[in-house]
Design a protein around this ligand. Structure first.
Ligand code: SF4
Length: 473
């Protein structure tokens, strides 16, 4: 699971902690629930011996019942509350390295660590909320005003110190910080900015910072957030304006769009002028909840297309709605199948890197939903049997990219090979492509599919039993 000591100077640091005589186990100070967010790193956490030595002075505050709350309890609550946010990717960041500066951290090499929660969601370390108190009442959100959950709030100093402590122990490469809205959007945004500013200015923290921002906060606060953070995100929440009005009436699509537009402008300006101050160098992203309202996959992908085109988002994250306790009657009782979220990511990928558009992926006239049994590229190929088999030796790159089972890198390799010689069936085998998926759709010098089956027969051939199980669940 981990590199050897010789390979990793960071492990030496962990080993140092592990050999320390102060052997308080993390499991004694952090509840079990917290461990469920780090399933890939149990050894790492077992090596976390010292309970946040630098936050003693401020390690308690008061919960919603007026009782003091230990830092470990707050951590459990606010890490749990953060798991519903899926937008935790670090792609596109710029190089930061504190070597020789007397500061701390680097975002090079390993990027941001990710773990997966038991429900399959991607979780990044350290991923927490500043608070799960909120004055808004978005129906789909466990932290909404009317929700009967235990509340907690970190101070700015606690978040800063936790980040540094986790970083020093090599558990994280950065911070993903979000928050419920307390007092006002500006007040909350100011708290988030203070965390990032303190990490960068006072502690010269060079790790990755992703701040979730509040769209109707003052533009100056968003600009300052962009100065300290690598990536900013503003959640669009639901695919349609109608959905937002119905389930999150206190949110305003116009504010969200305006904030995204401002960020895009700032990011573009900073990119154009090398001497300009940093401005969210890893760009902006957003998250959409899927399955909380009646929006179809076509609605979701249409919204994503507009977001990518208008605000140059790095990523749109799709988060399958999770039923929450005491939920509004407007919400479905069951979550959508997780495979729906997966298919949306595949479709999103096809639109960004494979030249597909929404109309091809979810044709008008259908029910607007993606096929859950097969991936969207395969579904398109099955609907367009007339376009296959594709001749690997003569087809343009755009058509090669449409062959099920061939990714961008494989297509690049095929193009490079065919510049020198004619491609044969064995070349595909050597490239280790999924032959069951690819072979019905290609022809080479020495191969042509024996029968060109009707779509239904071919479909049976390419649908794996595992996929069928997922569909049924
Ligand atoms: S504003 Fe955010 S935290 Fe507050 S209820 Fe809405 S989604 Fe939840």
């Amino acid at each position: 699971m981990f590199a050897s000591t010789a390979q990793s100077p960071r492990l030496s640091e962990r080993a140092r902690f592990a050999l320390s005589p102060q052997t308080t186990r993390l499991s004694e100070i952090v509840p079990d629930t917290f461990f469920s967010f780090f399933p890939r790193r149990p050894l790492l956490l077992e090596a976390f011996f010292e309970p946040f030595p630098n936050v003693h002075a401020s390690s308690t505050n008061f919960n919603d019942h007026g009782r003091s709350m230990e830092l470990s309890a707050k951590l459990a609550i606010l890490a749990d509350a953060a798991k519903y946010d899926a937008s935790c990717s670090s792609s596109g960041g710029v190089r930061r390295d504190s070597r020789g500066t007397g500061g701390i951290g680097s975002n090079e090499g390993m990027g941001i660590c990710h773990a997966y929660a038991p429900d399959g969601r991607c979780i990044s370390l350290l991923k927490i909320l500043l608070t799960n108190f909120c004055i808004f009442d978005c129906a789909y959100c466990i932290n909404r005003r009317s929700s009967n959950v235990q509340r907690a709030r970190f101070s700015v100093e606690e978040v800063v110190q936790l980040t540094l402590d986790f970083y020093r122990r090599n558990y994280i490469e950065g911070l993903f910080l979000s928050s419920g809205i307390i007092q006002s959007s500006d007040y909350t945004m100011e708290m988030l900015v203070r965390v990032a500013r303190s990490l960068r200015q006072e502690h010269r923290f060079a790790g990755y910072i992703h701040l979730k921002t509040i769209p109707d906060a003052a533009p100056e606060l968003l600009s300052e957030a962009a100065r300290w953070a690598d990536r900013l995100s503003i959640n669009v929440e639901l695919p349609t304006e109608g959905g937002l009005k119905a389930l999150a009436p206190e949110k305003n699509l116009r504010d969200i769009r305006q904030a995204m537009a401002r960020l895009r402008l700032g990011i573009d300006e900073a990119k154009a002028d090398k001497k300009a101050p940093r401005f969210a160098p890893a760009g902006q992203s957003t998250q959409m909840i899927v399955g909380a309202d009646a929006s179809t996959d076509r609605d979701v992908l249409t919204s994503s297309t507009n977001l990518y085109a208008n605000y140059r988002l790095k990523r749109v994250y799709y988060s399958a709605f999770s039923p929450i306790p005491d939920a509004s009657k407007a919400l479905p009782l069951r979550p959508p199948p997780l495979i729906r979220e997966h298919r949306l990511y595949q479709a999103d990928w096809l639109m960004r890197f494979y030249g597909f558009n929404v109309d091809e992926i979810t044709p008008a006239g259908d029910d607007g939903m993606l096929d859950l049994e097969v991936d969207p590229k395969m579904a398109w190929a099955l609907r367009h049997r007339e376009q296959f088999p594709v001749n690997l030796n003569s087809a343009p790159k755009e058509m090669l990219l449409r062959i099920p089972g061939l990714g961008v890198r494989t297509v690049g390799k095929l193009l490079a090979m065919r510049a020198h010689r004619r491609l044969r069936y064995a070349d595909l085998v050597k490239l280790r492509v999924a032959m069951k998926k690819v072979s019905p759709f290609v022809e080479t010098v020495d191969y042509r599919p024996r029968v060109e089956p009707e779509s239904t027969a071919l479909r049976t051939q390419v649908v794996s039993p595992r996929q069928a199980d997922l569909f049924g669940h």
